[in-house]
Design a protein around this ligand. Structure first.
Ligand code: G
Ligand code: MN
Length: 300
């Protein structure tokens, strides 16, 4: 059933073995679902550690713009992997693997160590600007990461008030009790906490009042084609109202059309991020972009 010729049979046995190892279930038989992208996943998994050691990763930065002033209030650090044979890879392609292979902490630390020093001069020039770092589910529960972030920031003289972490609802809900403590640590240190991809996770809204959250980032799936009569409109509108009543700021992600931005402004949304304003870019064009909007950058 698993293949008519010996070669295919062996290849699928390999896929099953790989699957068994990584899901830690020890015994697995082949199923075609395991096949989806499994070859490039195998290559990525094999090469992750080398990629970190050999500086194949880099960060680019996407500005977050204030809808009331037009100034840049924050930037999000987004990773890319220039893989030797697979080409340029996006986080959604390699982060799940890094999580599964327990290399995510290493990758997050690597990014902080490499980029915080480079960002010191930017936040020095624009003191209200914050840099947001994505912290994945395993990262969040890693109790050493908080201390290391503090250490790296201290060593590089990066001011903690200019730092935000982004976590998803799913990450928080994986262990809500521990997450409260950990997020309180970040908050008490002056680091902002954003809930990323808001609306896509499985969660109870009760966490919004229990956790020290500074910002909700509404997932791009709700922003895409936002119009007055569209089914996403009441969801976005209610999210903004609820967040503001809880003293939480709101960012809309994935804004691609001027009409979406206009409507979001009308709805009282605080910040926008998306291709309409800027794609994620390297540090030099980022600085240019911030300066272009400098006249307004004071009011965030
Ligand atoms: O989950 P998170 O919000 O961190 O994901 C950010 C991702 O969304 C990045 O990979 C970024 O390139 C992508 N992105 C940013 N702006 C837009 C946009 O306007 N449209 C689309 N489709 N993707 C975007
Ligand atoms: Mn994010």
């Amino acid at each position: 059933d698993n293949g008519a010729d010996p070669e295919l049979l062996l290849q699928r046995a390999d896929v099953a073995m790989y699957y068994a190892k990584h899901t830690r279930i020890h015994i697995a038989s082949y199923h075609k679902d395991m096949d989806s992208d499994s070859h490039s996943n195998m290559i990525m998994s094999r090469d992750l550690r080398d990629g970190i050691n050999n500086d194949q990763f880099k960060a680019i930065f996407q500005p977050k713009v204030s809808l009331s002033t037009g100034g840049v209030c924050g930037v999000e650090l987004l990773l890319r992997w220039q893989h030797p044979s697979l080409g340029l890879l996006k986080p959604e392609q390699f982060i799940p693997l890094a999580e599964r292979d327990n290399l995510i902490g290493e990758l997050t630390r690597w990014a902080m160590r490499k980029y915080l020093p480079e960002l010191v001069s930017i936040v020095g020039q624009f003191p209200k600007l914050h840099v947001s770092i994505n912290v994945s589910p395993n990262d969040l529960l890693d109790s050493f990461l908080f201390k290391e972030i503090i250490n790296i920031a201290e060593e590089t003289s990066y001011p903690l008030k200019n730092l935000f972490i982004e976590v998803t609802e799913n990450a928080i809900m994986q262990n809500p009790d521990r997450s409260v403590d950990i997020l309180n640590n970040f908050n008490n240190a002056g680091i902002g906490v954003s809930v990323d991809d808001f609306g896509t996770g499985y969660s109870s809204l009760a966490y919004l009042q229990k956790f020290p959250i500074s910002e909700l980032k509404i997932d791009k799936s709700f922003i895409h084609n936002l119009e007055k009569g569209s089914s996403n409109y009441p969801i976005v509108s209610a999210t903004i109202t609820m967040a503001h009543d809880l003293d939480i700021k709101v960012t809309a992600e994935g804004v691609e059309k001027a009409a979406e931005a206009r409507l979001l402004k009308e709805m009282g949304c605080d910040y926008v991020q998306g291709f309409l304003f800027s794609h994620p870019v390297e540090l030099e064009p980022l600085e240019e972009f911030i300066k272009l909007n400098l006249s307004n950058a004071g009011a965030c």
